[in-house]
Design a protein around this ligand. Structure first.
Ligand SMILES: [Zn+2]
Length: 128
């Protein structure tokens, strides 16, 4: 998978009944995964993004497909796994990106300053 972490989320347009019906008719009510013919008013169906929007998939009507409920459920689970993988890559990317090549020595660990029994001691600043 090339540069999975660089793919932005596609903006989702509103799925209207008219939009769903148009896609259903074009696909002739066939689930694109199990190829089952779905009957209008009998079988429930959903409109699906074959490539999830979260992974940069298209939201154009011609790229949307009809799916039956069981297929959509398993597809959603698979997509969730891909998204989780992408998120892990993004997180890993940020973690390595934040680290500078030129690292300072850092600060010496300070003695604990405040305690109930010991007064605060002002220490002299040492510029390294
Ligand atoms: Zn199906």
């Amino acid at each position: 998978m090339p540069d999975l972490e660089l793919i932005p989320h596609t903006k989702r347009r509103k799925m209207t009944k008219a939009r769903a019906a148009k896609i259903f008719l074009r696909e002739q009510g066939q689930c694109y995964l199990c190829k089952r013919k779905l009957r209008v008013g009998v079988d429930s169906y959903q409109i699906e993004h074959p490539v999830p929007l979260a992974l940069g998939g298209s939201d154009a009507d011609e790229d949307l497909r009809v799916v039956c409920i069981p297929c959509h459920k398993s597809k959603t689970a698979t997509d969730a796994a891909s998204k989780a993988k992408r998120d892990r890559l993004v997180t890993a990317g940020l973690k390595t990106a934040k680290r500078s090549k030129f690292q300072s020595r850092g600060f010496a660990k300070a003695e604990p300053q405040r305690s109930a029994t010991r007064p605060i001691i002002k220490r002299e600043r040492t510029d390294a």
